[in-house]
Design a binder for this molecule. Structure first.
Ligand SMILES: *Cc1c(COP(=O)(O)O)cnc(C)c1O
Length: 229
């Protein structure tokens, strides 16, 4: 699996090069190291190498590892079932995968009980793939409007998207471009709980292209920790 520290350095180098190529600062891009299937030792090694944010796609993995690692910001990046919101509400800094009002409502309720405001991203399915979760481009504006109107304990921080799987990362570019256009458009509205800062897109295979197209958060697993077993 190689050396986690070296891998992080090379991912950060690639982020910096791609950001510079697009006239952006490397510091504008948050690296979320995706640790699914990897244990506390790997996570701690990443944290010791400067990683501040980690992502998990399953509630159970967050619960298993949360108490066993160095302080770090946790991100829920996978599909979240409403009945599991209560387990992660006080453990994660951000939920990237909000794709329905019913889920938002439950996050709002649990955040209220916990006395916090939860930062969320709305997941958009830009390619409209049947197999992926996420609101369609047409639904996203309505969903955000409804959240802002009715969910006083949620702050909407931006969008998350996944490009369709492809061997050539260039194939993801049009989807990332479309997501950035949506992000710019939706971020224009003004509301005290709308603070559009984060466009979460790009994974190990395509984060360079995502950064060029305006990602402000990339979610990288394999390129840091190695292939999952
Ligand atoms: C696993 C996962 C990633 C990271 O994927 P890699 O290809 O290992 O970098 C990013 N986002 C989500 C939602 C994931 O589930």
């Amino acid at each position: 699996m190689g050396d986690i520290g070296e891998n992080i350095k090379s991912v950060r180098g690639e982020i910096a090069r791609r950001a510079a190529a697009a006239g952006r600062e490397a510091g504008d891009v948050v690296l979320v190291a995706v640790t699914k299937t990897y244990g506390p030792e790997a996570i701690n090694e990443a944290v010791r190498n400067g990683v501040t944010d980690i992502g998990e796609n399953k509630v159970q993995e967050i619960l298993d590892k949360h108490g066993a690692v160095l302080p770090v910001n946790w991100h829920m990046i996978g599909h979240l079932q409403r009945n599991k919101v209560k387990y992660v509400i006080d453990k994660v800094k951000m939920i990237h995968s909000v794709d329905s009002f019913r889920l938002a409502e439950e996050i709002d309720r649990r955040a209220g009980q916990a006395g916090i405001t939860m930062d969320i991203l709305v997941q958009v399915n830009v390619a409209e793939e049947e197999s992926k979760f996420g609101a369609s481009a047409a639904e996203a504006a309505g969903l955000i409007g409804e959240i802002l109107e009715k969910c006083g304990n949620i702050r909407v921080r931006g969008l998350m998207c996944m490009a369709p799987f492809a061997y050539d990362p260039e194939e993801a570019r049009p989807y990332f471009r479309q997501a950035k256009a949506m992000f710019d458009e939706l971020g224009k509205s003004s509301h005290e709980r709308l603070d559009f800062r984060y466009l979460s897109m790009g994974m190990s295979g395509d984060f360079g292209v995502a950064v060029e197209e305006g990602a402000s958060m990339v979610r990288v697993g394999t390129a840091i920790f190695g292939a999952r077993g």
